[in-house]
Design a protein around this ligand. Structure first.
Ligand code: ASP
Length: 379
């Protein structure tokens, strides 16, 4: 082909492409959407609102979701995330977090990190400033300090009280606890934590806190925040951050910092995350499963319910055993469609609470919506 012919062809092709280019640029992008777990004290609603505010101002989607979850990490009232999180069996708060940045397809995570209020920011630095994916324990703290993070005591008086109540509840088969009266004291019948007794011991604590402590001693709670965002350019990012399972063995890492388990995102398809019993989520590689379900054509709602069905299958659908498990999945597809799903319609501990998640859209503001669920509790 001669040079002249080739350039003529290019000019012709170029001219033919012009209307197409106009069409492409006129095609509207997806709507901006942020979703998250619900969390207490309006944690999820505030998180989504903050992330959306930053997205509207043109911020990167990962900066937006991290700023959103920072509100919850720094709130000592949420005892499942960051500062004020319930500690491990040694009374030490150990935090887990992971982040995924859709546009660069990069990820970072920290596991069992101590002394840093905002582990999500450390996970982001692992992604940005190292060629590693995940740092844990003492190494993660050393890295955070080198990056300028301040080491602080994360155990609040309220969380310490809850830990002490749990310690007291631990008894051997004779009903003895080293955290009760000494071995030389007259024998006492085994007892469960008693509100009046605790009121005398912790006169500064509210009844609400003491009742929560008793509840949490016998049913170790979970709690986490997961947040996923989509902007109008189709860019997506996500984060999960938690103090994990209360009273866990030191060094236990749940699903939250495991990329593919507690968090996964491929912005060609969408993102997903999870809160609840991390061990059961890891057995189905939940967040990755949800995204792959959407890749194969399932709507977000079907995708999250399918992942929960896999969890139920691991127990042969035995509802009696499954009743002890709280687990939720959240999914946001690249076109803005989203869903939240829970194994049960209500939580096992706060039985009055209907399973919900938070969402913020440009037209609807930040709010909680009911999640779909696999099973309904009888009471
Ligand atoms: N998924 C977290 C974990 O297992 C806890 C939770 O979300 O409740 O560590």
């Amino acid at each position: 082909m001669s040079k002249i012919n080739w350039s003529r062809r290019s000019v012709m092709l170029g001219a033919a492409a012009l209307p197409m280019i106009r069409m492409v640029s006129a095609k509207p992008g997806p709507p901006a959407v942020v979703i998250s777990s619900a969390n207490r004290f309006d944690g999820g609603v505030n998180c989504c609102a903050k992330a959306m505010e930053l997205i509207k101002a043109g911020a990167d989607t990962l900066d937006a979701v991290v700023a959103g979850v920072n509100i919850v990490e720094l709130d000592p009232r949420d005892s499942s995330v960051g500062y004020g999180g319930l500690p491990n069996e040694d009374g030490v708060v150990q935090l887990d977090s992971s982040v995924v940045h859709g546009p660069s397809r990069r990820m970072g995570a920290v596991g069992a990190i101590e002394g840093i209020k905002t582990p999500s920011k450390v996970a982001k630095r692992v992604m940005e400033d190292t060629d590693h994916m995940m740092l844990v324990g003492a190494g993660a703290l050393k890295f955070a300090k080198a990056e300028g993070f301040q080491e602080e005591n994360l155990l609040t008086e309220e969380s310490r009280l809850q830990w002490l109540v749990w310690k007291r509840s631990q008894r051997d088969r004779d009903g003895h606890s080293n955290w009760g009266p000494g071995l030389d004291a007259p024998p006492e019948p085994p007892k469960t934590a008693n509100l009046e007794e605790l009121k005398r011991e912790f006169p500064w604590a509210s009844d609400e806190l003491l009742l929560e402590a008793i509840q949490n001693a016998y049913h170790p709670p979970h709690g986490t925040i997961n947040c996923i965002a989509l902007n109008e350019k189709g860019e997506m990012s996500a984060v999960t951050t938690t103090s994990g399972l209360a009273w866990k063995i030191s060094g236990r890492v749940g699903d939250s910092p495991i990329v593919g388990g507690g968090l996964w995102l491929d912005q060609d398809v969408g993102g997903a995350g999870s809160t609840g019993r991390g061990e059961e989520n890891l057995r189905v590689c939940g967040a990755h499963t949800v995204v792959e379900n959407m890749r194969r054509g399932m709507a977000p709602k079907e995708a999250v319910l399918d992942a929960l069905e896999r969890v139920a299958r691991n127990f042969n659908q035995d509802r009696k055993r499954l009743e002890a498990i709280d687990l939720k999945f959240y999914a946001l597809r690249k076109d803005g469609e989203y869903a939240g799903a829970s194994l049960w319609n209500k939580s096992s501990v706060e039985a009055r609470q209907v399973a919900q998640f938070a969402v913020c859209t440009t037209d609807g503001g930040s709010r909680q919506e009911n999640a779909v669920f696999l099973y309904a509790r009888s009471s």
